[in-house]
Ligand binder design. Structure first.
Ligand SMILES: *Cc1c(COP(=O)(O)O)cnc(C)c1O
Length: 428
């Protein structure tokens, strides 16, 4: 077994100064047991921990790094930008350039604004939807995560699911009352709600492909109903594509399904590993945003020149290399290899993959919503996770997260991963 002595020491001292020793809860390994590795550096498909152990990385900063770690062109763009200053608080041409690259893939975002995280993007999109419609109610789906803004931290999957906290303490009931949650993939429940409350609903927000309860694909009838119901009641449809944007396809889930939302939120890939989010949509809706309209939203570091530089270079390479579509063969190789490995070991497993996102539920499946996802054997997942880590493969430290591929992952990386998985499944 790899020594992780230095990581253990670093975690000890981190815990004395930072809650749980981490700046984002799932990093603490609570749901899989044990203590986290501390990262020293990353390159391509690999990360190295503080003790010098190497791992093939499928966390990839939870999705952003579609080009892998420290892509030379992204690093060079950052160096060049840093030499000209790190922030001005005044507009730069880089913001328009990144906006163009985003709009090229997401034409529904006629006007868009950059913020510093996915959380800020969804929080702002909700405010815009309420400002535009003059209504208060927001509809979200169980197991969909939209960042940690108060009104969206209700039945929010991933971190909350991992820790068994359905709703966060510190969110006033008055606030959560304006958020209605429904089961994912249940068009009937949505239709019934709209019959009752349609004229009071400002927006429906959803992950058009669920990525924070493990990976859950939507039925066509569900996505169509979401669009039909919102349109019929003059409520807005918000696609939260913070994870799926440039991941399930170049134009995100909206291109894949041929459905136009009114507003879209992005993050992760568009920042190339720097803190960036974006929200945007129909021109007439986005014109309510200050300084054009009455909905206030601002940011000292929004459109930051380093973040824009990393995003621009990332999206240029993404386009040149035909990503994420070009990752299909690798994704298939991994999906089939993992399924075979589980079958050989006689471990019940239900694999789901879309483009460069994948997930193995430790159960027979199918998994169509959060209730289904929760039937997975999370103890078994934890054991599998650690068995993979010992064999040099880093997966997400929770059953309710997905894995990501990058263009740096080679065929040999996938072969090594499947070999490790064969051994890891056999230990269960
Ligand atoms: C990650 C994520 C967010 C939150 O983004 P942060 O940058 O972590 O604030 C919002 N929505 C979805 C779908 C996400 O996957």
């Amino acid at each position: 077994m790899n020594s992780r002595k230095k990581s253990e020491m670093l975690f000890e001292s981190a815990q004395r100064r930072i809650p749980g020793g981490v700046d984002s809860p799932v990093r603490a390994f609570r749901s899989v047991g044990g203590n986290p590795y501390f990262v020293d550096r990353g390159a391509g498909s690999r990360i190295w921990d503080a003790d010098g152990n190497a791992y093939i990385d499928y966390v990839l900063s939870w999705g952003p790094l579609i080009l892998g770690h420290a892509h030379p062109r992204v690093v060079e763009a950052l160096r060049e930008a840093a030499g000209r200053g790190t922030s001005y608080g005044a507009p730069t041409a880089a913001e328009t350039e990144l906006a163009e690259l985003v709009q090229d893939a997401f034409p529904s975002m006629e006007l868009l604004r950059f913020v510093n995280s996915g959380t800020e993007a969804t929080m702002s999109a909700i405010r815009v939807a309420r400002g535009f419609t003059g209504r208060n109610l927001i509809v979200k789906f169980e197991g969909c995560y939209h960042g940690h803004a108060d009104g969206l931290l209700v039945k929010a999957g991933s971190g909350g699911a991992t820790l068994g906290i359905p709703d966060s303490a510190g969110v006033p009931e008055d606030y959560a009352r304006n958020t209605i949650t429904l089961p994912y993939n249940d068009p009937r429940a949505l239709e019934e709600l709209f019959l009752r409350e349609g004229k009071n609903i400002a927006a429906v927000i959803l992950e058009p492909v669920g990525g924070n309860m493990g990976l859950v694909l939507p039925d066509d009838s569900f996505i169509e109903m979401v669009r039909r119901a919102t349109k019929g009641s003059n409520a807005l449809l918000i696609f939260d594509e913070v994870m799926t944007g440039f991941r399930v396809g170049h134009g995100g889930a909206q291109k894949l399904f041929g459905i136009q939302p009114d507003l879209t939120t992005l993050g992760k890939v568009i920042g190339g590993g720097m803190p960036v989010g974006a929200y945007g949509g129909r021109r007439e809706v986005m014109e309510v945003v200050a300084p054009l309209g009455p909905v206030y939203q601002a940011g000292t570091l929004s459109g930051n020149p380093l973040a824009m530089a990393a995003g621009i270079e990332t999206l240029r390479v993404v386009k040149e290399e035909g990503l994420p579509e070009a990752l299909e063969a690798r994704g298939k190789q991994l999906e089939e290899g993992m399924a075979d490995a589980a079958r050989e070991a006689g471990v019940p497993a239900y694999g789901v993959r879309l483009g460069s996102m994948f997930c193995t539920f430790f159960q027979e499946g199918p998994v169509r919503n959060f209730e289904d996802a929760k039937r997975s054997d999370t103890d078994r997942y934890g054991k599998f996770f650690h068995a993979m880590l010992e064999r040099g493969v880093s997966l997400a430290p929770s059953q309710f997260e997905v894995g990501f591929l990058s263009s740096a992952h080679t065929e040999a990386d996938i072969e090594a991963t499947v070999r490790a998985a064969r051994e890891a499944f056999a230990t269960l």
